[in-house]
Design a protein around this ligand. Structure first.
Ligand code: CAA
Length: 383
């Protein structure tokens, strides 16, 4: 694995840094307080090519490898996790999954819009009653002539309020457990589909998270993505790459925590000198720095494996597990460096901590990642 970035990778990282400085940083506090990112950011993300990374140019994508994708998600995560989530879901979980599993018509129908930012995608797997046990979902799709009629409720759906298309997982046969699950591409303007924005989140406040309700939603059979009964494989393959993207976003949070802590420690004076002189503050900063490096290396390894066509699912779980826990630790340590000022939102540490906290929960909890890793090592499944 080569740790030196290519010219293209360095350029895309710089592009992302400039984008964050210009389009995100000035608004972060206001968006967080308003519980809404300005929706125009989606178009801007599309224009600069960030919603098309790794997708073929013939479908409107901007190409690039998975390390470039990680570099961009890291920088966006450093700026605002709510914005990073738009890319990780609309591109990472939806567009990339259509590119991998879709037929020609589905790719032409959805990819140009998703990669340009004209459309937003969301990933409809979680339900009120099924989170970790995703294969046990209860949304139903019943065949009716040339159509499927779908009923069910999806919960905690990132981008749900804004989405133009839901990559939806529903039970379409009586086969047991995950084997009865199929995937569908459901336009959100289909009659019977409604959504409710979820407010009051601890973090990711700017993100359009919603409950999505489907009541007799009728879609043609051609809306099915991948063969019938393969929906759970579609979901798992999407999440295997998605977890890398979350990990990269967490590296961004930890890096932001480090930058903020170092800067503040060099300015704040106590006991007649800047607090950077105090060894226990240096310990906090050193702990953050170690978490940043270790999380980044684990994440880059996943990108390297994907780009070389090697298996990466377990490594992705390791990266997501470590990086998400590291982001929480790093933000918490940064808050400690800031002292009382860390507890108010004029300083960044509090928001970083609130945003980091969900990373150990979504796209598979830390406990699920441990069971995935444990299963691979022991050959014994806990599920
Ligand atoms: N690629 C393709 N297929 C895959 C795959 C991959 N990476 N991983 C698994 N599969 C396939 C398997 O081959 C198997 O297929 P067959 O039955 O045809 O053989 C099928 O998927 C089931 O695989 P497993 O036996 O590994 O599945 P399991 O039932 O043991 O999985 C689990 C259990 C790992 C706990 C899984 O349910 C899981 O990951 N749960 C967590 C759910 C989760 O992460 N939810 C996140 C919600 S989405 C979200 O948060 C998005 C957002 O908005 C931010």
């Amino acid at each position: 694995m080569n740790l030196e970035l290519s010219e293209e990778q360095s350029a895309v990282r710089q592009l992302a840094r400039d984008f964050v400085e210009r389009e995100i940083a000035p608004h972060v506090v206001a968006w967080d307080r308003a519980e809404e990112v300005d929706r125009s950011i989606v178009k801007k993300l599309g224009e600069v090519g960030f919603l098309g990374l790794t997708v073929d140019e013939e479908y409107g994508g901007s190409g690039g490898d998975h390390l470039a994708y990680c570099l961009v998600t890291e920088e966006l995560g450093r700026g605002d996790s709510s914005v990073r989530g738009i890319v990780s879901v609309s591109l990472g979980l939806v567009a990339k999954t259509i590119a991998a599993w879709g037929d020609e018509e589905q790719k032409r129908r959805w990819l140009p819009g998703l990669t340009s930012g004209e459309y937003v995608g969301c990933f409809g797997l979680t339900e009120p009653g099924t989170g970790s046990d995703a294969g046990n979902l209860s949304t139903r799709a019943v065949r009716d002539g040339d159509d499927y009629v779908i009923n069910g409720t999806k919960m905690f759906i990132t981008n749900g309020t804004w989405a133009d298309v839901v990559l939806l997982f529903a039970r379409s046969t009586d086969a047991p457990g995950h084997k009865g699950v199929s995937a569908f591409l459901v336009p959100t303007d289909t009659p019977g589909l409604s959504r409710r924005t979820i407010h009051g989140k601890l973090g990711l406040r700017g993100q359009a998270t919603a409950e999505v309700v489907l009541e007799d939603v009728r879609v043609p059979a051609s809306a099915m993505l991948a063969p019938e009964g393969k929906g759970f494989s579609v979901a798992m393959s999407a999440l295997a790459k998605g977890r890398m993207s979350v990990a990269a976003g967490c590296v961004g949070i930890a890096q932001a925590a480090l930058d903020a802590a170092v800067k503040y420690a060099g300015e704040r004076e106590q006991f007649g000198k800047t607090i950077a002189h105090h060894q226990l503050v240096q310990e906090l900063i050193s702990d953050i720095a170690l978490d940043v490096d270790a999380a980044r290396l684990l994440t880059w390894r996943v990108a390297d494996l994907i780009d070389r066509g090697q298996p990466f699912t377990v490594e992705s779980s390791k990266a997501k597990l470590f990086a998400s826990e590291a982001a929480v630790r790093a933000a918490n340590n940064a808050l400690q460096v800031f002292g009382g000022y860390g507890y108010i939102d004029e300083y960044p540490a509090g928001k970083l901590l609130r945003d980091a906290r969900v990373m150990t929960l979504y796209e598979g909890t830390s406990q699920i990642q441990k069971l995935v890793i444990g299963r691979a090592l022991t050959g014994v499944s806990a599920f």
